[in-house]
Each structure stands twice: as C-alpha cells, then as structure tokens.
Write a protein that binds this ligand. Structure first.
Ligand SMILES: C[S@@+](CC[C@H](N)C(=O)[O-])C[C@H]1O[C@@H](n2cnc3c(N)ncnc32)[C@H](O)[C@@H]1O
Length: 228
C-alpha cells in the first residue's frame, strides 16, 4: 500500500480562502519564555516552527527579538506571513516546504515549535519529521511537540486512511481539519524514546458540558530536550 500524502491539500484551500491565525497560542508563548536560552542576546537565539501556518507564533517571537524560521506546506500561508512580517518590519526565514525534509543544517536551532502540525501526517512520516526536528535542533535545545491524543472524540468520528491517519472527520472539534494522526500514550513514548530527555508529558483533555455534550478535545503537550 502506498503511504498517504504528508501534506493534506485542505490546508492550502483554507489559507487561500482567507483563513489566518494572527495571534500566538498561549502554550507557545509559555514554551518560548521558559525554554529559550537567556545567556545570549535574543537575536542569537534561533527558533524554528514546523508547520507554522500564517506564522502567528513566529510573529510573536520575532517581535520579542528572537531569530525565527518557519516552514509550511501552504504557499498561501507563507505568502500571508511574509507580507505581515514586512508590514511590521520583522525579519524571518519563512519557507514553503514539507516538514518531513528540513532544508536546514544539523544543530541549527535552540528551540523548535510544533503547534498542532506534525499530527497532520501519518505515523511513518511523523517518525521522519521527528528525526529531522532532532537533527536540526542543537544538542541541549528544546522541542515543543503537540499532537492530538487518541482520547479525542474526533478520533472515532472519521475513516481510517492508512498509516494511523483518520480522515473525513464528522464529529468533535476537528470536523473539517483534514487528515489527523491521533497519538496514544505508548506510541508517544516510543516516538520519543531515543535521543530525547522528556521534561513534560501532559495530556490536556477538555470536555464540552453543553453542546455537543460529552465531546472531548484531547492533545499532548510534550517538552523534550535533545540529548547530545
Ligand atoms: C493546525 S495548523 C497549525 C498552524 C500553526 N502551527 C499555528 O499554531 O497556528 C497545521 C499546519 O501544518 C501545516 N502542515 C501540514 N502538513 C504539513 C507538511 N507535511 N509540511 C509542512 N507543513 C504542513 C498546515 O499547512 C498547517 O499550516
């Protein structure tokens, strides 16, 4: 069986039709302030986001003076991000590409952010992407990894599409999100077993009490440090 695509075209459709995230996620703001090195000027601290979308997280980091880079499969998202950076006179290395192949040298970044992006590809592609993240992260650098968890209601509301992916989700908070790989606890431990020191593994679960009653949103919030 052929491996499913690593980049779901639904993302390009969304961004081309005007979807844009403009402000950073609070969990990313906390990660950056907690884990960016403080022993150097911020312009010497390099931060990469894989699957950066319209780069709202990197926009925040660039405004704070960090040196930022981002990669996303959607040309429309990167176009939006580049225009926004230019309007605000911010610098950033923003590229269209696939996060399973990172075109950056080994040991380049102090921090790497995955905010809900690596979970968009199948298990084999996720393993390749994690190997790339580890390769381009400096020894001792920190990684925020944020896949959806298999206790999410949407994990049982779609069709299996091979390599651990679910697509055509028709219930829960991920309706319309395209293909998603929901990760279990044991799988998460295995994915991060080699070359990482795990500082945080949180499973965040939010249960809707009104509508749709009982629907669960579930995601992993992992902070890992690259061992040398
Ligand atoms: C849920 S959005 C998150 C965007 C951004 N991280 C944020 O926090 O606003 C997932 C992003 O991953 C990108 N993406 C999905 N698969 C990708 C791939 N194989 N390579 C690069 N980007 C990808 C999508 O285009 C989309 O922008």
């Amino acid at each position: 069986m052929t491996e499913p695509v690593t980049f779901d075209a639904i993302w390009e459709e969304k961004y081309a039709s005007g979807h844009a995230q403009r402000y950073p996620w609070d969990v990313v703001v906390s990660f950056v302030f907690r884990h960016a090195p403080r022993d150097r000027p911020r312009q010497e601290v390099a931060i990469l986001e894989v699957g950066c979308g319209t780069a709202s997280n990197l926009w925040f980091a660039a405004r704070e003076g960090f040196s930022v880079a981002g990669i996303d499969g959607s040309a429309s998202a990167i176009d939006y991000a580049k225009k926004r950076f230019a309007e605000d006179r911010l610098e950033g290395d923003l590229r269209v590409g696939d996060f399973t192949k990172l075109d950056f040298p080994d040991n380049s970044f102090d921090c790497i952010i995955d905010r809900g992006a690596l979970t968009c590809c199948g298990h084999s592609a996720l393993k390749r992407a994690l190997a790339e993240v580890r390769r381009v992260l400096k020894p001792g650098g920190h990684f925020f990894f944020n896949p959806y968890a298999d206790s999410h209601s949407s994990a049982r509301a779609g069709k299996p599409a091979g390599d651990g992916l679910i697509k055509d989700i028709d219930a829960g908070s991920l309706v319309g999100a395209g293909q998603i790989h929901f990760v279990g606890h044991q799988q998460l431990i295995e994915l991060m077993a080699t070359g990482w020191s795990l500082h945080q593994i949180q499973r965040l679960e939010l249960t809707d009490m009104v509508a749709p009653e009982g629907s669960i949103h579930a995601e992993w919030r992992v902070i890992a440090q690259k061992t040398s």
